[in-house]
Design a protein around this ligand. Structure first.
Ligand code: DGY
Length: 329
């Protein structure tokens, strides 16, 4: 039995708090070791634990770079992250070493689009601000212009990024009757855009004409901090800025200044730099900001399936088969 056990490939899982169904799948054909706590594994523990493993099941809370790959050793065959974003993995280094990388696109598209709409509506209709007034005595009586926000109807809504998630957000915006949906990407996507009647616009046009800007792009060297002070300077004063992509796309200091000075009207952020946002961060003192703790894909069935996809990616790679969702280098 011991001999049979040891012939199974070894997998290290950095998050024992992922849905058990994924871990059960892995256990059928692998020796699975997991980090012991329901929190991100400290770097020194990851460097120690990954030694000798053939596969790594990780999350966006883990930075997987050359040092981690060195610590693992040459037998490491694949890494699978339980996320669609994989900017925390040095994929170039993986490619150089022939290590395959899996991720979880598609499954979380609807959940993330849904959360984006929830965050947008909470921000533009000031739900949390209004809710606080109920509890702190600020609600005196119905009042004609009190807690008014800026509706989506007849407004110009921009998507920065128009991949799977951006397209699903756009589809959910349509019933709110915007005057125009626009999208900003390197190259136009006419077929996808036609479904929601979206117009391709350049970055500056998006900044100066939009009532809502929704960030739904991947974090890459090109998108890092594209929303900086000069970008916020170009926005309309009543612009509402929503980010459910990655905090790194935004120069957060510049955003904070734009919100304090009311250079823009409000922001809804599911992602920040850093995460978690320190309790003394100036953003948390502002009424015109809604901050959520990175819960875009946090829908029960979605997260369960993400756990299983990550497991299936690993099982496939260890068999030398195509992964269900593999990063194409
Ligand atoms: C992702 O998958 O990249 C999200 O940010 C977390 O689900």
């Amino acid at each position: 039995n011991i001999a049979r056990m040891s012939s199974k490939p070894s997998v290290y899982v950095t998050r024992p708090d992922v849905d058990e169904s994924g871990l059960d799948l892995l256990r059928e054909s692998c020796n699975v070791t997991t980090w012991s706590k329901a929190s991100a594994i400290p770097r020194e523990d990851l460097l120690r634990e990954i030694k000798g493993k053939e596969a790594l099941f990780c999350a966006l809370t883990d930075r997987i770079d050359a040092a981690v790959l060195d610590a693992a050793g040459d037998q490491l065959k694949c890494i699978a992250t339980i996320s669609v974003g994989y900017e925390h993995i040095d994929v170039h280094e993986c490619k150089r070493r022939g290590i395959r990388v899996g991720y979880t696109p598609d499954v979380l598209t609807d959940a993330t689009a849904e959360l984006t709409l929830a965050l947008l509506l909470a921000t533009n209709r000031r739900l949390f601000e209004a809710n606080r007034e109920v509890y702190n005595g600020g609600w005196k009586s119905w009042s004609p212009m009190w807690m008014c926000g800026k509706g989506l109807k007849n407004s110009r809504v921009a998507l920065y990024g128009f991949g799977r998630i951006g397209q699903e957000i756009a589809a959910r915006i349509v019933p709110f009757k915007p005057s125009q949906i626009t999208y900003t990407t390197r190259s136009p996507k006419p077929e996808e855009a036609a479904k929601v009647n979206a117009k391709h616009v350049g970055f500056d046009e998006m900044l100066s004409l939009s009532d809502f800007i929704i960030v739904c792009c991947a974090l890459t060297p090109e998108t890092k901090e594209v929303f900086n002070s000069s970008a916020f300077e170009k926005m309309k004063p009543h612009c509402i800025f929503i980010n459910t992509a990655r905090g790194g796309v935004v120069d957060q200091k510049a955003l904070t200044e734009a919100l304090i000075s009311k250079r823009i009207m409000a922001a809804g952020l599911d992602v920040t730099t850093p995460e978690p946002l320190p309790l003394n961060d100036p953003l948390l003192k502002l009424d015109n900001v809604v901050v959520l703790p990175h819960i875009g894909s946090a829908d029960i069935e979605t997260r369960k399936e993400m756990s299983r996809i990550t497991a299936r990616n690993i099982i496939a790679a260890l068999k030398g088969c195509e992964m269900e969702s593999e990063v194409n280098f």
